[in-house]
Design a protein. Structure first.
Length: 479
C-alpha cells in the first residue's frame, strides 16, 4: 500500500471524525437555539446568514480549490501565496463591510436584523481567513492541523453558545459568541501555519494582488455562483413566503447540512492527490476517482434513506412539535442530499482538469434554473417548493458536469457500475425502514436495524467488498 494512499485514507478518516464531532456539537446548539427562538426568529437568523453569505463569497474569493491545487503541485510557493491572499482578503473585506453597512441602514428596517448583520459582517473577516488557512493545511495534507483548528472553534462556540441560550440570552448574543469563536479559531490557525508550514511575512505589492486576482478570477466567479446556488432559496423564501416558511425550511436544511462535512472531508483529502495525479499518473487518477465517488455516494445514499424514511420522527425528536410542518421538507431535502453528495467528486474532477471556465458556466446555468424554479414553486408550495427546486437544479448540475468531463473520461470511470450498488443499497434500506415503521417499532430499534441492513445490502449489491475491509485495516495498522 502506497504512503500517499495511506495519507489520503488517514486524512479522510481524521477529518470526517473531527467534523462529525464538530457537527454533533453544532447540532446540539442549533436544537437549543431553534427551541429557544422558535420558527420566526429562526427565519430572521436564516435570512441574515444567507444575506452575509452573498458577500462572504467575495472574501473567500473561491481560493480554496486554487490553493489546494497549486500548492499541492508546487509546495514552495506556500508562504508568498499566503501573504498575497491575506492582503487581498483584507481589501475585499473593507469594501464589503462598507457596502453592507450602507445597505443595512437604508434597506433593512428591523433593528434586530440590522444588528445581527453587523456582527456577522465582522465575523466574516475571520471566517474567510480561516477558510484560506485550512486550505493550505489540506494542500500540504496536514489534516491534524485543520482538525485542531476546527475543534477549537466548535468547542468554544458550542460551550458558550449553550450556556448563553440556557441562561435565556437571545439571537444577538448567539452571533456575538460566534464571532468570538471564529477569532479564537483563526488565531490558532495562523499560529500553527507560521510555526509548522511557512512564514507568511513577505512584502506584497498591489501589482502582485492584481496578478493574483487575474489568475483566480474564475474561481471567484465559481464560488459566487455556487453561493447563489446554495443560498438564494432561503432569501427568496423569506421574501416570498415569510419568516415562518423560511424557519421551517432552515431547520430541514440545517439537519441535512449537518452531514456536509463528509464530502468536504473527502474533497480535502482526495482533491490535492487528484490534482497531482492527473498530470503525473492518469491510471492512478482514475483509480482515485472511483474510490472517491463510490464511497461518497454510498454514504450519501445511506444517509438519504435514513433521513427520508424517518423525517417525521427526526423533526419531532430534534426540533419539537412547533416544527412538525417541516417533515415533508426534510424528506425532500434528504433526496437532495444524495444528489449533492454525488456532485462533489465531479466538481473536484473538473477543477483538477483545469476547467474552471466550464465549471463557472455549469454553476451559473444551474443557479439560473434554481432561481426560475423557485419563482414558480415557492408561491405554490412554500418551503416544499424550494426543496423541489433544489432537487431539480442539482440534477441539472450533475448532467452538465458529466458533459464537461467528457465521454472518454467517463467511460474509464465506469460510472454505471459505480452508481448501481450505492443506489440499490439506499433504496433497500429505505424499504426496511418503512417496514419497521409499519410495525410501530421504536426509533432506536429502527436505527439499529437500518444500519445493519445498510451494511448487508452494501455487500450484496457490490457497493462494498471484503477487499475494502482489508484495505482499511492495512491503511490503519500498517506502519
Amino acid at each position: 500500500m502506497t504512503a500517499n494512499g495511506k495519507t489520503i485514507f488517514q486524512n479522510t478518516v481524521l477529518l470526517s471524525t473531527v467534523e462529525l464531532l464538530a457537527r454533533l456539537m453544532s447540532l446540539a446548539l442549533i436544537i437549543a437555539v431553534a427551541r429557544k427562538l422558535g420558527p420566526e426568529l429562526m427565519g430572521v437568523y436564516a435570512f441574515c446568514m444567507a444575506f452575509i453569505l452573498i458577500f462572504e463569497i467575495f472574501g473567500i474569493f473561491g481560493l480554496g480549490p486554487y490553493i489546494q491545487r497549486e500548492v499541492s503541485r508546487h509546495p514552495e510557493i506556500s508562504g508568498l501565496l499566503m501573504a498575497r491572499i491575506f492582503k487581498l482578503k483584507l481589501i475585499i473585506f473593507l469594501i464589503s463591510a462598507l457596502i453592507i453597512l450602507i445597505f443595512s441602514l437604508t434597506a433593512i428596517n428591523d433593528e434586530l436584523k440590522r444588528q445581527v448583520i453587523w456582527v456577522l459582517t465582522v465575523t466574516m473577516f475571520f471566517k474567510i481567513n480561516l477558510e484560506a488557512t485550512n486550505s493550505f493545511f489540506r494542500a500540504h495534507q496536514k489534516a491534524t492541523y485543520e482538525a485542531t483548528v476546527r475543534m477549537s472553534f466548535r468547542l468554544v462556540y458550542t460551550s458558550v453558545g449553550l450556556i448563553a441560550i440556557l441562561s435565556g440570552r437571545g439571537l444577538l448574543t448567539l452571533v456575538i459568541l460566534e464571532l468570538i469563536a471564529y477569532i479564537t479559531a483563526c488565531c490558532t490557525a495562523w499560529g500553527i501555519y507560521i510555526k509548522k508550514i511557512d512564514s507568511p511575512f513577505h512584502r506584497v505589492c498591489y501589482p502582485d494582488i492584481g496578478r493574483l486576482v487575474r489568475t483566480t478570477w474564475n474561481f471567484l466567479a465559481i464560488q459566487f455562483v455556487q453561493t447563489i446556488f446554495n443560498s438564494i432559496d432561503r432569501v427568496m423564501l423569506s421574501m416570498m413566503a415569510g419568516d415562518i416558511a423560511t424557519g421551517l425550511y432552515s431547520v430541514s436544511g440545517r439537519f441535512t447540512g449537518a452531514f456536509g462535512f463528509i464530502p468536504s472531508a473527502f474533497s480535502g483529502s482526495f482533491f490535492p492527490a487528484l490534482s497531482r495525479n492527473i498530470t503525473e499518473d492518469f491510471t492512478g487518477f482514475v483509480s482515485l476517482f472511483k474510490t472517491y465517488f463510490r464511497f461518497l455516494l454510498l454514504i450519501g445514499a445511506g444517509l438519504g434513506a435514513v433521513i427520508a424514511g424517518l423525517s417525521s420522527q427526526f423533526i419531532d425528536l430534534v426540533f419539537g412539535k412547533a416544527f412538525y410542518q417541516a417533515s415533508p421538507t426534510l424528506f425532500l431535502m434528504a433526496i437532495a442530499l444524495v444528489f449533492r453528495f454525488a456532485s462533489w467528486p465531479f466538481s473536484s474532477i473538473i477543477l483538477a482538469m483545469n476547467k474552471e471556465r466550464q465549471s463557472l458556466l455549469i454553476f451559473f446555468f444551474s443557479a439560473s434554473v434554481n432561481i426560475i424554479l423557485n419563482l414558480i414553486s415557492i408561491p405554490l408550495w412554500q418551503e416544499k417548493g424550494a426543496a423541489l427546486a433544489t432537487i431539480a437544479s442539482l440534477i441539472m448540475l450533475i448532467v452538465l458536469q458529466l458533459r464537461a468531463i467528457g465521454y472518454d473520461t467517463l467511460r474509464q470511470f465506469q460510472l454505471t457500475r459505480l452508481l448501481f450498488g450505492p443506489l440499490i443499497t439506499g433504496c433497500l434500506t429505505y424499504s426496511v425502514i418503512q417496514i419497521c415503521i409499519s410495525f410501530n417499532m421504536k426509533l432506536s430499534l429502527i436505527l439499529t436495524g437500518s444500519f445493519f441492513s445498510y451494511i448487508l445490502f452494501s455487500f450484496i449489491s457490490g457497493a462494498l467488498k471484503t477487499s475494502d475491509l482489508a484495505v482499511a485495516k492495512e491503511f490503519i495498522i500498517k506502519k
